[in-house]
Write a protein that binds this ligand. Sequence first.
Ligand code: ATP
Ligand code: MG
Length: 430
Amino acid sequence: MKRSQYFLPTQKETPAEAQIISHQLMLRAGMIQQICHGIYAWLPLGFKVLSKVEKIIAEEQDRIGAQRILVPTLQPASLWQESGRYDDYGKEMLRIKDRHDRDLLYGPTAEEVVTSIARQFLKSYKQIPLVLYQISWKFRDEIRPRFGVMRGREFLMKDGYSFDLDYDGAVTTYQKIVLSYLRTFERMGVRAIPIRADSGAIGGNLSHEFHIVAETGESEIFYDKAYDNVSAQHIEFSDLEKFYSAADERHHPETCSVLPDRLVAARGIEVGHVFYFGKKYSQSMNLSLVGPDGQSFFPEMGSYGIGVSRLVAAIIEASHDQHGIIWPEAAAPFSLGLITTNQQDSALLQKAEEIYAFLVEKNVDVLWDDREVRAGTKFADMDLIGIPYQIILGDKAKNDSFEWKVRKSNERQDLSWNELFNKVQQSMLP
Ligand code: ATP
Ligand code: MG
């Protein structure tokens, strides 16, 4: 992509309305635009990142056998009356009437809709275990939307729903999903701490929140330092259970099982929340199946959420410096930035065209800043939008010397064409 043709409205000044760094940087990097309070449009750069994050989530869900669906954002009130949540949900639910005066709502979540789908088609225990998930926009009329997409009113969520024959099966599914979440966040280049959020009673509800550590997190979290060395690829659920973690009021210094020198106290951004809740919806909405003994039973269910749009902001909170965003490679909007320092120098432009054509041909997702602006503006913008690697073509480019810059470490090297090619090959070619 050539920057001169790309819709990327960056800005130098920090917008006054943004309090936290991710919100400031997302606005300055031209990723999002507020349309009304707590409701945002995603511009090309932002949408590219959102799509990458969404894709990683979907791949990790597919990998564990969860099946993707898409249910409507508008739901009939009647389904929520069946579960009993229509009255309970309160003002966070956006309630709508259609032209026939029928009550609808913009879904804040989808347990009822997915249970109604299961009710229609699941007849026998042989059809489960089953995990269905979707990635779609939710609406919650938050009392205090703030921090940009971190706490919006309309936001993108991955929500999954599981159906199992019995408690043991449900726990197995639950554990599998917890581990898949750890792999999902690790692939995005962030560490999310799983925090137990239930009472811990055997046979009761089971719940974990996933928090990314960042100063601006809304929760206070406490966890065993051992989590910092956990590799999601290798861990078992039983290993996780060995480490202490708790959020906010669930943490009690007196009963906390971890030694003080291993206890980390930090702020966390909740990017995921999983919940096992037994027969709550299957029973209230009469989803019953025929079991192995010929008797009907209500399946055990759980639901599993990831805040997809919030994650984009959380990654920025966890990865930035004074110059701008530093994207982990997996979430980066482009793999490589190309800067030409002088748009009047035809020999230099000729070189740039060659390199650009080569990269495009190799399927490297490259953004070439070919605008007629000062080099300093290009450097600042490229750092702001946080592409992991940059190639800078200055005066020396005519003699086949190119500057290679790593955004994260600010490491710079002058490379020949061959060396440059090797770098590209190492860093971004499959
Ligand atoms: P919170 O405590 O932050 O309000 P929640 O417990 O209400 O979150 P869930 O119902 O578990 O959230 O939703 C699943 C995930 O969706 C959350 O872990 C969070 O990452 C995300 N999420 C929830 N509310 C919002 C929001 N208003 N804006 C953006 N993301 C949200
Ligand atoms: Mg909430």
